[in-house]
Design a protein around this ligand. Sequence first.
Ligand SMILES: [Zn+2]
Length: 257
Amino acid sequence: MEREGANWTCPFCGRHTTITSPNYHRDSNRVLVSDSALASDLALTHIAIVCPNPDCRQLTFHVTLSEASPRSHNFKVGSKLQSWQLLPESSAKPQPEYIPKSLRDDYLEAARIVSLSPKASATLSRRCLQGMIRNFWETPKRPNLKQEIEAIQDRVDPQTWAAIDAIRSVGNIGAHMEHDIDRIIEVEPREATLLVELIETLFQDWYVNRHDRNERMKAIIGIAESKKDQRNGTAKAQGEEIEAATSPANDEPHAED
Ligand SMILES: [Zn+2]
């Protein structure tokens, strides 16, 4: 886990930053039981980090149970026994609201249970993947994931295709591509994690990139329109000036600026 002064990436907003006090706190305490089956002496370390990004300020919280040296004061934290990431609850990255809610929900749930139940996670991920393909590429429904994926082969860029295709060669996920999406299949935690990562990548490559591009285009069009308005305004004003200067009512000679 992170040390003070270390580079750190906020799991909530994705901002890369350096964590320093007062946004960082680490402390260890003796756990005052002795001779447990786990270890004869225990220490609990907690690490709290507040994201320094003013728009985020989310708390990341992590605890570790370790062996402790036997003295009750000035104890030393020994080797790690187990650790828990308490906040955020999972490694799931918050996804923007312009991604359909049903897809975000499936993804968040899949990420949350990926180590607890890889097969349930993989089922949600497969459903999410199918939903994304239908929603983003507006493809008609097909009987299985294999056909859904093949339908977009010519439309996605080669690198994205390679990533999607790689999943099909992974253990049981690949073996069951032709089965119904809701069939629960046994998968390794690693396979379930790969699916979650693929979905994160596709959210980014498809939805986020499309959204960002649209925003950039809107900004460019907005600037172009305001320039046009400005030019029209200036031309109109100049026209009026020339008219005023050449008007017989204006006796004063028109001075150059
Ligand atoms: Zn943050």
